[in-house]
Design a protein around this ligand. Structure first.
Ligand code: NAP
Ligand code: ZN
Length: 348
């Protein structure tokens, strides 16, 4: 075991604070990574505050990790010491169920191991995430990162990037399709950038008037406020697809009504409480309400390579680790442009 530095929360109502963590020694298939940057996802906040239930304290969040390989096990052959690598939302899975065999480890039928607040495949060892100096991950779940793009802006691709790329590919959202992105935050701004790069016509639906200029600068073609009733009425039956990234409870029915015939609304945001859906909104117009969870490892590598090729990165605000509690408050207030990223060199 190695004793390393991290930031953890010890209960739902306590701030994050310095915490000494035990990391395993790398075994023969493991890669040890010195973490350079870690993005701050809203899922970190839901988990730290136990909004979804089931948080195991102390919890060390963080699943948008970019770093440098410091040690490798004897059987590791895809990476060497000094390589730049990434780790996303999960760090292992059973490897033999139908979904793992199809490269959809995030839907592992035997339960995938998330990067934090989860159990490794021994179903005993708790995982701890990227708000820490190092992480040890089995080779198969480590991603290659191009040195072409600024690494701090690449970190959010490991969750916000793949979570928005994967459904765009799965539902074959293509050039000319009309897509609404609901919520312009970490996920939302990546959905805009990636969809625009694919030639999709993108409208941002936001409850924050101050974000219009940013939305258009990010490449969105239109911006509409959702809290103005006439806007919602005027957009009825408009969109082929809606990507909903909102983290707080909201009424799905208001958005389903904006889908055209056969339109698909894709839930990415996970509000802590359920929402009722009126069947008429689905039946009238043969609409679908679906969801999507991050993306598999193969697809995450494909997304990273796509973003390197198309020069797509996240808009980030850099923070030191001791500003993390303030960053959570600002994220909750919608005051982030558009992803906080922790400079892990500040973890002393
Ligand atoms: P974020 O940066 O905080 O963005 C969420 C956005 O939701 C805000 O920017 C805001 O956009 C909108 N919003 C927030 N509160 C609202 C309210 N009360 N009413 C209406 N809109 C509100 O969060 P994120 O990191 O993008 O994560 C978004 C959600 O996705 C979270 O629930 C997270 O847990 C989930 N998530 C899911 C997956 C997955 O695999 N499906 C992966 C990662 C994260 P406007 O100001 O533009 O309205
Ligand atoms: Zn995330």
């Amino acid at each position: 075991m190695n004793k390393i530095k991290s930031y953890a929360s010890k209960s739902a109502n306590q701030p994050l604070e310095p915490y000494q963590l035990d990391r395993r020694e790398p075994n023969e298939t493991d890669v040890e990574i010195k973490i350079l940057f870690c993005g701050v996802c809203h899922s970190d906040i839901h988990t730290v505050r136990d909004e979804w239930g089931g948080t195991m304290y102390p919890v060390v969040p963080g699943h948008e990790i970019v770093g440098t390989v410091t040690r490798i096990g004897s059987k590791v052959n895809r990476f060497k010491v000094g390589d730049t690598v990434g780790v996303g939302c999960f760090v292992d899975s059973c490897g033999h169920c139908h979904n793992c065999e199809e490269n959809n480890e995030q839907y592992c039928e035997n339960g995938h191991s998330q990067t934090y607040n989860s159990l490794l495949q021994d179903k005993k060892t708790i995982t701890y995430g990227g708000y820490s100096s190092h992480i040890v991950v089995t080779e198969k779940f480590v991603l290659s990162i191009s040195d072409k793009l600024p690494l701090e802006k690449v970190a959010p691709l490991l969750c916000a990037g793949i979570t928005t790329y994967s459904p765009l590919k799965h539902w074959n959202v293509k050039a000319g399709d009309k897509l609404a992105v609901v919520g312009l935050g970490g996920l939302g701004h990546m959905a805009v950038k990636i969809a625009v790069s694919m030639g999709v016509e993108v409208t941002v639906l936001s409850h924050s008037p101050g974000k219009e200029k940013d939305a258009l600068n990010l490449g969105a073609h239109h911006f509409e406020l959702t809290n103005v009733k006439e806007n919602m009425v005027k957009m009825a039956n408009t969109f082929d697809f809606i990507i909903d990234t909102v983290s707080a409870p909201h009424d799905y029915n208001d958005y389903l009504a904006l889908l055209s015939t056969n339109g698909v609304m894709i839930l990415l945001g996970v509000p802590p409480t359920p929402s009722e859906v009126q069947a008429f909104h689905l039946i009238g117009g043969r609409r679908s309400l679906v969801g999507s969870l991050v993306g598999g490892i193969k697809e995450t590598q494909e997304m990273l390579d796509y973003c390197a090729e198309h020069n797509i990165t996240s808009d980030v605000e850099m923070i030191n680790i001791d500003q993390i509690n303030e960053a959570y408050e600002r994220t909750l207030a919608g005051d982030v442009h558009y992803r906080f990223v922790i400079d892990m060199a500040s973890l002393k």
